[in-house]
Ligand binder design. Structure first.
Ligand SMILES: [Zn+2]
Length: 134
């Protein structure tokens, strides 16, 4: 997997597009790139939200603060979609134990990767088979 580093403008455009794809248009989502709270700096992105007002702030970690022990290269698009998918689960409340949290994170990450990969495949379709020469 390759690193995917985007600008704030690109992320805002993608956010609007993924809100449409995920049918989360009734949320007002702000996205920015920045430095995570040093207390909890072990992730590539963070979301804070208010489910009543349907507002959310997504922080995508700037490359210089991306955790060096991460298993995967930084992919800001997957991180963005991961935080958007969290908004669905936000309505359920937070899992009470670590196993629940880990399972939830793994499920959200799988969904985010699947959605991003489907969109990427649609935008970069495989090349048409070459015409055979006679
Ligand atoms: Zn998460």
């Amino acid at each position: 997997m390759q690193e995917v580093i985007l600008t704030e403008d690109e992320l805002r455009q993608l956010c609007a597009e993924y809100q449409r794809i995920l049918r989360l248009q009734d949320w007002r989502v702000r996205v920015k790139i920045g430095r995570p709270d040093p207390e909890q700096a072990d992730d590539g992105a963070y979301v804070t939200y208010n489910t009543t007002l349907r507002v959310a702030d997504i922080l995508i970690v700037a490359p210089e603060y991306y955790p060096t022990n991460a298993m995967m290269p930084q992919d800001m698009e997957i991180d963005l979609v991961h935080e958007l998918v969290h908004l669905y689960f936000a309505l359920l409340g937070k899992p009470s134990d670590d196993t629940g949290k880990d399972l939830l994170e793994a499920a959200i990450e799988s969904i985010a990767e699947a959605v991003v990969n489907l969109r990427r495949d649609n935008h970069n379709p495989g090349q048409e088979p070459k015409e055979q020469s006679p």
